[in-house]
Design a protein around this ligand. Structure first.
Ligand code: NDP
Length: 277
């Protein structure tokens, strides 16, 4: 596992397990198995309804809590009662602290919620605080008018949507780039079938998914692929033993169409849809 040091000095693994739609007994089993295989970061959210399963899975692994990096997210539905919502997340996870807590979406009263996260960070109950789905303008706004800056922006990023424009601003303001849906959200006929990706996979003797993940890790993006399958848990973790050369990185960069599958947070349709979540 490789690590990055966030602006507040907290060390974060470059790769972790996404857990969206992996809950209950299955979620617990997958998290415990992933931990045994070497995963050290788990990404959950209040909205996913599986913080409890992630906490149980980590405990079931028998590995000590301090070896793990737990990321969870405050739902925008709870921004008005953020203090209670953080306490509920801690309770569901069953841990005394959270490594990284993110504002899930930039909707509603996210300023109030951010100040609550700041207070938990000062108390040491949340080690690092960040945001998710923030476009650069909102990121800069949040940084300028609050005491503590976010350490991370978790935003959809994959081969078809590299977020180079957003990344420029994240780098300028010292915010680490965490990419969600790194395998394209499991969309059928996805980028994993593209000839450039297949060619690279054959050249390096790895799978298409490993090319997709390695390319991002090599670009400094923290990735959180999700799977519930044993063979894919192993495959997705095994991306630190090879390096994609400069020419192939350039050829893969040409696949970027700035096309998210889940949608950009600054789209009006997304803001409208958020009312229904
Ligand atoms: P991913 O890009 O991680 O893709 C997951 C899909 O790819 C699943 O269908 C999985 O199927 C399949 N898959 C996994 N490994 C492989 C492989 N090696 N080869 C081929 N297919 C594979 O999508 P997600 O949307 O789940 O994103 C990852 C994580 O990011 C989420 O789980 C969540 O934690 C986070 N996220 C955060 C969001 C936010 O708003 N902050 C929004 C969306 C996601 P199977 O399980 O059957 O293997």
């Amino acid at each position: 596992m490789e690590y990055k040091t966030l602006r507040d000095g907290v060390r974060i693994p470059m790769l972790g397990l996404g857990t969206y739609k992996a809950g209950g007994r299955e979620g617990e089993r997958v998290v415990a198995r992933a931990a045994e295989l070497g995963y050290r970061l788990f990404d959950t959210a209040a909205m996913y309804g599986n913080e409890d399963a992630v906490g149980r899975g980590i405990r079931a692994s028998g590995i000590k809590r301090e070896d793990f990096f737990v990321v969870t997210k405050l739902s925008h539905k709870s921004y008005g009662r953020a203090e209670a919502a953080v306490a509920e997340s801690l309770d569901r996870l069953g841990f005394g602290y959270i490594d990284l807590m993110l504002l899930h979406w930039p909707f509603g009263d996210y300023y109030a919620a951010w100040r609550v996260l700041e207070s938990f960070k000062k108390k040491g109950v949340i080690k690092s605080i960040g945001v998710s789905n923030f476009d650069p303008a909102r990121l800069i706004d949040l940084i300028n008018y609050n005491e503590l800056p976010p350490s991370v922006d978790q935003i959809e990023t994959h081969l078809l949507c590299r977020r180079s424009a957003e990344r420029k601003w994240m780098d300028k303001y010292g915010v680490a780039h965490m990419g969600y849906a790194p395998l394209g959200h499991g969309v059928k006929n996805s980028m994993l079938m593209l000839p450039e990706v297949r060619r690279a996979a054959a050249k390096y003797g790895v799978t298409e998914a490993q090319i997709a993940l390695r390319c991002q890790v090599q670009s400094g993006v923290i990735v959180i692929p999700k799977t519930v399958r044993e063979e894919r848990l192993r495959e997705n973790l095994d991306v630190f033993g090879f390096e994609i050369d400069k020419d192939d990185m350039e050829s893969l960069a040409k696949l970027d169409k700035n096309e998210p599958f889940i949608g950009t947070p600054d789209a009006p349709e997304k803001a409208e849809a958020a009312l229904l979540w």
